[in-house]
Design a protein. Structure first.
Length: 382
């Protein structure tokens, strides 16, 4: 086999693996939204929403990273035990939706040692692949994830199920790309999940092996390097700001006290989502689906602030703000740009740049800061 053909095969495997892994994440998100639609229990809905946010955030991180894996992914300062408990919430809900059961066991030595979660986005991707594999082939089984310190330098994660097992004479074959175990329906997948899991772990400096569970089922043993570091202490110089919950309580009392914010976006879904977030934060959104519609609205309204999508058909956000600055009544209007892209080196004449996905806390801080800078620390009365 030539070097070019080897490179082509490797690229195909990476691309197929990325698609497979992303499909796994999106399937989880679809399952969670389906459960939310069917549930009438408010406490359960709240738990589902938390799990949905966790799953979607990790899917977004995966999409932004692309198919290529990096040997030094961004390290997030979150304790492994805390991260695993958050993953447990998601995994338990997904297992229940498939008629299975998920449980987590964390050893006291790991709790006391307080190691950091190694590359959380990669770890999430790996465990989701193993969970998906168990739910697919060990239906109505009990799936157990245990976490412990293997040594002073390694963590051991073990995911076991009590399903039928993999029935392979050589478990190493399970990690070959496009290999499917005996008795498995080829229509269920391409046989890339376990290969992808091993590939991700190798980038993280870890390993994975498989063995039969007792008396039946499958076990996957993961070793990872111990990430021992101090969590950053909170900055004492910064005054604490009110929580979003407090902000909502303060702002939702009187409709006339709400700041009016013009949102311009040609994507109906994005427009709706941002408008609902602003309502929840106590602001009064005014929406337009194009630059021309926004200019027409501005003949009759005086918003306190505006948010323009950058990539709009016809008139972009850059074009729209130039038109706004030529209007005497709105030349001083503070405008925030919103985009899925990173901010360019120069964002002027925009006041700030908001990158999707939108975090409510970040949005609230940005809006209140921009309003304060524009002598609108308190929303104007209508």
């Amino acid at each position: 086999m030539t070097r070019n053909s080897l490179n082509t095969d490797t690229k195909r495997q990476k691309t197929d693996s990325f698609r497979h892994d992303l499909r796994t994440h999106l399937s989880a998100i679809v399952s969670l939204t389906d459960l939310i639609r069917k549930s009438e229990d408010q406490e359960k809905i709240a738990a589902l929403i938390e799990a949905l946010h966790f799953a979607a955030s990790n899917a977004m991180t995966m999409v932004e990273g692309g198919a290529e894996l990096f040997k030094q992914p961004k390290q997030e300062t979150i304790l492994l035990s805390c991260w695993l408990k958050e993953f447990e919430g998601l995994a338990s809900l997904l297992a229940n939706s498939h008629g299975a059961r998920f449980q987590l066991a964390i050893s006291p030595d790991l709790e006391e040692g307080a190691p950091l979660a190694p590359a959380p986005s990669y770890l999430h991707r790996t465990l989701m692949l193993l969970l998906d594999n168990a739910l697919k082939y060990a239906q109505q089984a009990t799936i157990t994830l245990t976490a412990a310190l293997k040594s002073d330098t390694e963590i051991l994660l073990t995911l076991c199920d009590d399903g039928p097992g993999f029935r392979e004479e050589n478990p190493e074959l399970l990690f070959e790309p496009y290999h499917r175990g005996e008795g498995q329906d080829a229509s269920d997948g391409k046989g890339l999940g376990l290969w992808s899991a091993r590939h991700i772990l190798s980038v993280m400096g870890g390993t994975i092996t498989a063995q039969e569970n007792t008396p039946h089922g499958a076990c996957f043993l993961i070793t990872l390097p111990l990430e021992q570091a101090r969590l950053p202490e909170p900055e004492k110089s910064k005054p604490s700001r009110p929580s979003i919950k407090h902000a909502l309580t303060e702002k939702q009392g009187n409709e006339k006290e709400r700041a009016k914010i013009l949102i311009v976006d040609d994507n109906k879904t994005n427009l709706l989502i941002l408008a609902e977030i602003l309502k929840a934060l106590g602001f009064s959104p005014i929406t337009a689906q194009s630059g021309s519609e926004a200019l027409e609205l501005l003949k009759h309204i005086q918003p306190d602030l505006a948010i323009f999508d950058i990539r709009m058909d016809g008139m972009s956000g850059w074009d729209l703000i130039k038109h706004i600055q030529q209007k005497k009544n709105h030349a001083a209007l503070p405008v925030i740009a919103i985009s899925a892209d990173d901010a360019p080196q120069t964002i002027a004449p925009f006041k700030a740049w908001l990158r999707r996905p939108i975090e409510a806390d970040t949005l609230y801080e940005l809006l209140t800061s921009c309003l304060a800078d524009s002598t609108l620390a308190r929303p104007k009365s209508q």
